[in-house]
Design a binder for this molecule. Structure first.
Ligand code: FAD
Length: 340
């Protein structure tokens, strides 16, 4: 499948049934130092204008950002109307420690998590924790267990859980996970295990070709995965960032993308602006293509910068102020409207 050679869809609405808007969400990471915090908060406020369905906050492997992730999630909860999803990684952590961390988040009112294994350090002497959780699936099961225990021991918690159910997202990999050396088929088996443990939906690793996403979804459905799979998309405006992400994730950036972006002079501000527009166009094409392919929405990797993400959404007709151009009317409202 290739991306459609046309601008955004016209809005689909008959004024009757529910309009099925695609979801929009963002990934943020906690500020790396105190100086970065005000800048990040300004970015949060800009991103909020797009009315995202949720904002996810990363968590360093082995809990390295436990404090700063918690602080950002807490601030999002207390000072904005956004729904934060706290990432959690379990690699290298004992079950007991993970239980404590989950309890802390729940005590603060966090109801949404992205359960991940995380990557073990490259250090050859590293060994998994003897009482740790080996996979993200085990973490999903632990989250469900903790919530069940809290509800069983406190009627107040049970009422809160009934009104604001806990949601658990997990990761999915359109091209397999180079970081852990697994193929797409192995990761689909892992995704099925995560669903069976209680995952509600999945967010994908970055990818650049719509076929990668559609093939993953097809394989997952064949394997029995029924949860929604939200495509994770990176704005393609900065070739240096794309190269860094390739190093981190092992997901190759296609030559067609790099050739396009590298054609501009990075030292010429006018050329950088032209490159931004060209990269935004690439992103818009990918967003249009995944939504045409049936994606429930898009999750944007922002790298704590709002401009490229918001321009991408605006280009795809998914901006906060514009009606979402990809809106689909849900099936019942497709019934012809009686004219008498
Ligand atoms: P798992 O699902 O546990 O998979 C890990 C390995 O075990 C894979 O090879 C898988 O095939 C195998 N496996 C798992 N379960 C089974 C099973 N039942 N049977 C057979 N094999 C199995 N990293 C961070 O450190 N912090 C973050 O905040 C973070 N956020 C991320 C957000 C998204 C959307 C994505 C896609 C990745 C993120 N990562 C993050 C990276 C992620 O932690 C790594 O890619 C890690 O290698 C895999 O994590 P996982 O949750 O998919 O692990």
């Amino acid at each position: 499948m290739t991306s459609p050679d046309r601008p955004v869809h016209p809005p689909v609405t008959d004024g009757l049934g529910a309009v099925d808007r695609p979801t929009v969400s963002f990934e943020l990471f906690p500020p790396r130092n105190p100086d970065a915090a005000p800048r990040l908060w300004a970015t949060v406020q800009e991103l909020a204008a797009a009315r995202p369905d949720f904002v996810s906050v990363t968590y360093g492997a082995s809990g390295s950002t436990r404090t700063t992730t918690r602080a950002l999630v807490r601030r999002l909860l207390r000072e904005t109307s956004l729904t934060p999803i706290a990432h959690l990684t379990c690699v290298g952590t004992s079950r007991e420690d993970m239980t404590r961390t989950v309890e802390e988040f729940l005590d603060e009112g966090v109801r949404s998590f992205l359960a991940l294994r995380g990557d073990p350090p490259a250090d050859e002497s590293w060994r998994p924790h003897p009482e740790g959780l080996p996979t993200a699936g085990a973490l999903v099961a632990l989250l469900r267990e903790i919530e069940q225990r809290r509800c069983a021991t406190s009627a107040a918690q049970a009422v809160r859980a009934a009104t604001r159910p806990m949601s658990v997202a997990v990761a999915a990999f359109p091209r397999g996970n180079a970081g852990s050396g697994s193929t797409r088929e192995q990761d689909v088996a892992a995704l099925l295990a995560k669903q069976e443990a209680g995952a509600d939906f999945a967010i994908t690793q970055v990818f650049y070709d719509v076929d990668d996403y559609c093939e993953l979804v097809a394989l997952a459905r064949d394997a029995g995965v029924t949860v929604p799979i939200v495509p994770g998309i990176i704005p393609m405006t900065d070739p240096a960032r794309l190269r860094r992400v390739q190093q981190l994730t092992g997901v190759p950036v296609p030559a067609r993308v790099l050739d396009r972006l590298d054609a501009y002079d990075p030292d010429d501000p006018a050329d950088v602006a032209r490159r931004h527009r060209a990269g935004t166009r690439l992103g818009v094409d990918l967003v249009n293509a995944v939504l045409d392919g049936g994606a429930p929405g898009v999750h944007l990797y922002t790298f704590n910068t709002h401009g490229p993400a918001l321009d991408l959404l605006a280009g795809a007709g998914l901006g906060g102020d514009a009606p979402r151009a990809h809106s689909r009317v849900t099936a019942p409202s497709l019934t012809p409207v009686p004219t008498t």
